[in-house]
Design a protein around this ligand. Structure first.
Ligand code: FAD
Ligand code: NAP
Length: 535
């Protein structure tokens, strides 16, 4: 089928957000299409096929809740799902709800221009058939927070004659590292997940670490059938609970401040939570991101664990994070990460003290050493939260460009809409909890809120909805003020844009938690969409 010229709604992106949005729009009787750059659906789980790629939220919770039959029929096999299983799930959803006929793959939206005279968006895309222009009443950006992979700015990168791979743009064919000398640049979540798996195959693995990150073991394994059965029996209640928690996961932070008890007692609580795996440890006190002393005690607990897991004290020391609070960057959830450094074929290179100077045809040159490599794996992250949107030339009222509007940092109302850009909505955009949460819970809330809003517009006979400038200003201030009450801004994280040279340093996600945010959005809707100008 050819991409139509006119639709009610054009969705950009076919990851978890785009697929559910498309499904909801159909249910509203609106004509809708989704454009997707990749040649398959799945977004994050389509692009990030690196070895070890796995979710940090337990599988029964990192899944759609909108369809009870889907929830009951699907069978997760592991506690934390790996990328292939997630991609299978997303493809299953696309088939089950017959979404594919309205998804246009290998089709990149390059610009979106608002036509004020008709209240319509004109979206130009490039696909297999060449360029195309589609006009739509509404444009919904489901373009992803972590979908714009960044190559590091290292001199000579393009001259490398071996295999160069980015975790966020991983090839579809199987990569066999057997017998190879492999270098990994980057020790964020992607690097931390890939390193243990690559180490098992490669002849030698050299890890180029600039800044160590906090990582906690997942204690992953086959899904516990009794636990899973209980979840399935109680899904409606668990999902509802998730929607009102901080992180969108149905276990709440323990309501106790670490600062209120002794160091010994804290230690005991950490010890109890550590074997539970993943985020459990960061939820064991309610003041870990508000109180430096509380955070320091968790940080030193994790550092002690590193000492226990890594045999060589010098390597252990290098792996200990020192420059940011625990969870100031999304905590990494790993399988065998630290123990991997006990292997004879793995070497940790501290590129803080011996910086990478250049990449040559045959390897990596640091100030003091040359490392000959067959493959370089780049795990250097993303232009997060704004990158995908700003790749497009988006123009709102009066031809105003989004790039200019966001020049000093992303500005949105509720992370859902942008002043001056009527009839455009963003899913899990900057200013919403998105990346600080279980994103499936956040995505569903956004999709449902946008759907309800579109119904409201239809029923009220409106053809235009736009965030008011004053509402946007207040929201931006509110998001900033909330973050300033926490330790988050002290970390040089991608939440702040700190990983992209020249990017404005603005804390982008909403930190008040999924439940509080949801209540606020619901309240806005109940007050006739306060802060939106409807015409
Ligand atoms: P995406 O999945 O990023 O999909 C956006 C899609 O839009 C992409 O397919 C992209 O190709 C497409 N697109 C972008 N721009 C254009 C354009 N101009 N034209 C056409 N198409 C375009 N979250 C969690 O909650 N838990 C996790 O454990 C977790 N793990 C993650 C692991 C990795 C490696 C990464 C990168 C992210 C992870 N996330 C995790 C966040 C993850 O991005 C979300 O959970 C979720 O998958 C986002 O879905 P989405 O549809 O909003 O965005
Ligand atoms: P990231 O967290 O931004 O980490 C990038 C790493 O690359 C950092 O260690 C960074 O070091 C390093 N780096 C960047 N440029 C470099 C350079 N020029 N030279 C040397 N090192 C360089 O990116 P990511 O690991 O891809 O993760 C991004 C986000 O995706 C995560 O925070 C998480 O939200 C999500 N994710 C989740 C999972 C999961 O567990 N399910 C897995 C992967 C990703 P510096 O810190 O010094 O800049």
């Amino acid at each position: 089928m050819a991409l139509p010229n006119d639709v009610d709604v054009l969705v950009v992106g076919a990851g978890f957000s785009g697929l559910y949005m498309l499904h909801k729009l159909r249910g509203l009787g609106l004509s809708a299409v989704a454009l997707e750059k990749g040649d398959g659906v799945g977004g994050t789980w389509y692009w990030n096929r690196y070895p070890g790629a796995r979710c940090d939220v337990e599988s029964p919770y990192y899944s759609y809740s909108f369809d009870a039959d889907l929830e009951q029929e699907w069978e997760w096999t592991e506690r934390y799902p790996a990328q292939p299983e997630l991609l299978k799930y997303i493809n299953h959803v696309a088939d089950r709800f017959e979404l594919r006929k309205d998804i246009f793959l290998e089709t990149t939206a390059v610009s979106a221009v608002f036509d004020e005279s008709e209240n319509l968006w004109t979206v130009t895309s490039i696909g297999p058939e060449g360029g195309h222009v589609t006009r739509a009443r509404y444009c919904i950006m489901a373009t992803g927070c972590l979908s714009s992979a960044r190559m590091p700015n290292i001199p000579g990168l393009e001259s490398f004659q071996g295999q160069l791979l980015h975790t966020g743009m991983w090839p579809h064919e199987e990569i066999d590292f057997t017998g190879q000398r492999v270098g990994v640049i980057g020790t964020g979540s992607s690097g931390i997940q890939a390193i243990p798996v690559i180490a098992e195959q490669a002849q030698n693995l050299q890890v180029f670490q600039r800044t160590p990150n906090f990582s906690v073991p997942a204690f992953n394994g086959p899904i516990d059938q009794q636990w899973y059965r209980e979840i399935k029996e109680n899904y409606p209640e668990l999902r509802e609970r998730s929607r009102h928690t901080t992180m969108g996961i149905p276990f709440q932070r323990r309501d106790q401040a670490a600062i209120d008890i002794s160091e010994e007692e804290r230690e005991q609580v950490f010890e109890e939570h550590w074997p539970k795996g993943g985020f459990r440890i960061s939820s064991c006190f309610n003041d870990l991101m508000r109180n430096q002393e509380s955070n320091d005690s968790l940080a030193s607990f994790v550092r002690n664990k590193i000492d226990q897991m890594v045999h060589d004290p010098k390597i252990a020391q290098l792996l200990k994070p020192y420059d940011h609070p625990v969870t100031g960057k999304r905590i990494c959830v790993d399988t065998n990460y630290y123990a991997t450094y006990n292997r004879d074929n793995v070497e940790l290179i501290d590129v803080k003290s011996d910086p990478i100077q250049e990449i040559t045809a045959h390897g990596i040159q640091t100030e003091d050493h040359f490392f000959e490599l067959d493959t370089i794996v780049v795990a250097t992250g993303f232009d997060a939260m704004t990158g995908a949107m700003l790749h497009m030339d988006i123009r709102g009222r009066g031809g105003a460009s989004l790039r200019e509007h966001w020049e000093a940092g992303a500005r949105t109302y509720l992370g859902l809409a942008v002043a001056g850009f009527p009839n455009m909505f963003t899913i899990a955009g900057p200013g919403s909890p998105s990346v600080l949460s279980n994103m499936l819970t956040s995505i569903e809330q956004h999709v449902e809120w946008i759907s309800d809003h579109l119904v409201h517009l239809r029923e009220g006979g409106y053809t235009s909805s736009e965030a008011a400038t004053v509402a946007e200003d207040e929201w931006v201030d509110h998001v900033r003020e909330l973050s300033e009450k926490t330790l988050f801004p002290s970390a040089n994280s991608w939440y702040l844009g700190a990983n992209v040279p020249g990017k404005p340093r603005v804390f982008m996600p909403y930190i008040g938690g999924v439940g509080r945010y949801r209540a606020h959005c619901t309240d806005i809707a109940s007050r006739d969409y306060e802060g939106f100008v409807l015409k």
